[in-house]
Write a protein that binds this ligand. Structure first.
Ligand code: S3P
Length: 447
């Protein structure tokens, strides 16, 4: 089943080296947050480098439905006239977040402490994903939710008319849950506290501070204790969105795999809560140089020079999982071409992403002739070396953009081409993927 309309079958095959500049789009996590915080601010926020992928466009439309004025002024350039904290209007329409777990969970958070209700839905993938992980803490503020069995969408959330502040320890490593609680805390009086055992991406905390909220982070024996002082006046900002390390992962891994490749990926966020894949790749023997390290839009960024490399399997440290959670699919594809075994433990959260990514990667790799092992929390890939992956399969992507892109990368080096049954979800996060990869020299076609 396709995310948007008919499925688009795509195929990749072996070709010459990749070269040139891979300017990947803006960061998806930061793009959602820029629109949401812009909507919760007083004044006009100006955003540049916004990811114009479907997930983010769905969040833009949702912010309009809650009363903000969101306008595209040029490629990647958007303005948001906000309504201020507590100023959300009750939407007259169902909020359709498409494929985006980040969109729906963050938006639920920021409306949960206003005296309004809203009904949320999404595509077939999002309707399978658990929402209890956000509605449980939002209930502590006084919000009520009415969804399908198992806390699934469609779901109506009734915001708390008289919210109380909350102290909440996140039971899983999830920036979406942390962010939903912090965004709900904005319209509650007093201090809202989130304690997270494992640090996850910190874009919400960084950006809240940038918009004028008081947010402190304290390292404690229980983990990071993040404290937000409620009911601030958020002030409109200029936000320059850095390029997405999770999208950069695809051309980076492709260049490492395809013999003779040498590419430059400029301006990629190196936020330490997001850079796990690059550390892992270096441990596997990857030739990646981090050039021109600097700060852009409040985030550390670097230009990456990536050259084809001989790779060796490793045991990925489980404590690194949160900092590369979205990169395991492409890492698993790359591991299939390494010498030796790559062991990925502590990855159970992959089972509740856009698809069950452990199962989707395991079945797809097996179809391509690669031996894998899995359990609830683990994926192990037995590498076949640089020329050893047979390929020659059509892989099911389960409405998951990262599964589709990972197998299209693998098809660039497998003995036989690899097809994916539906590449249309790639548009949710990386709408220029095919053009960008083709400009580098990759052979990716629509069948
Ligand atoms: C995201 C958090 C992560 C990540 C997702 C984006 C965010 O999800 O997988 O792609 O922007 O907060 P979890 O919070 O479920 O780990």
């Amino acid at each position: 089943m396709s995310a948007h309309g008919s499925p688009i079958r795509m195929t990749s095959r072996k070709g010459g080296p990749l070269s040139g500049v891979a300017a990947v789009p803006g960061d998806k996590s930061i793009s959602h947050r820029a629109l949401i915080l812009g909507a919760l601010s007083v004044g006009t926020t100006r955003i540049t480098g916004l990811l114009e992928g479907q997930d983010v466009l769905d969040t833009a439309r949702a912010m309009q439905a809650f009363g903000a004025t969101v306008t595209r002024t040029g490629p990647g350039a958007w303005t948001v006239e906000g309504v201020g904290v507590g100023g959300f209007a009750e939407p007259a329409e169902v909020i359709d977040c498409g494929n985006s777990g980040t969109g729906v969970r963050l938006i639920m958070g920021c409306m949960a402490t206003s005296p309004i209700s809203a009904t949320f839905t999404g595509d077939a993938s999002l309707r399978k994903r658990p929402m209890g992980r956000v509605t449980d803490p939002l209930a502590l503020f006084g919000a009520r939710s009415y969804g399908r069995a198992g806390g699934r969408l469609p779901m109506t959330l009734v915001g708390a008319a008289e919210p109380v502040p909350v102290t909440y320890t996140t039971p899983m490593a999830s920036a979406q849950v942390k962010s939903a609680v912090l965004l709900a805390g904005l319209n509650a009086p007093g201090q809202t506290v989130v304690i997270e055992k494992t640090p996850t991406r910190d874009h919400t905390e960084r950006m809240l501070r940038g918009f004028g909220a008081e947010v402190t982070v304290e390292a404690t024996p229980e983990g990071n204790r993040i404290t937000l002082t409620g009911q601030p006046e958020l002030r409109a900002q200029e936000v320059a969105v850095p390029r997405d390390p999770s999208s950069a992962a695809f051309p980076v891994c492709a260049a490492l795999l395809v013999p003779g490749s040498d590419i430059l990926v400029p301006g990629v966020s190196q936020n330490p809560t997001r850079n796990g894949l690059f550390l892992t790749l270096r441990e596997m023997g990857a030739d990646i140089e981090f050039l021109n390290e600097r700060e852009e839009g409040g985030e550390p960024v670097a230009d990456l020079r990536v050259r084809h490399s001989a790779l060796t399997g490793i045991a990925v440290p489980p404590e690194r999982a949160a900092a590369q959670i979205d990169e395991y699919p492409v890492l698993a594809a790359l591991a299939a071409c390494a010498s030796g075994t790559t062991v990925m433990r502590g990855v159970h959260e992959l089972r509740v992403k856009e698809s069950d990514r452990i199962a989707a990667m395991a079945r797809g790799l097996e179809a391509c002739g690669v031996r894998v092992e899995e359990d609830e929390d683990t994926l192990i890939v037995h590498g076949l070396g640089p020329d050893g992956v047979p390929g020659g399969a059509t892989v099911a992507t389960h409405i998951d953009h990262r599964i589709a892109m990972s197998f299209l990368v693998l098809g660039l080096v497998s003995q036989q081409p690899i097809s994916v049954d539906d590449g249309s979800p790639i548009a949710t996060s990386f709408p220029v993927f095919e053009d960008l990869m083709r400009q580098l020299g990759a052979s990716i076609t629509r069948d």
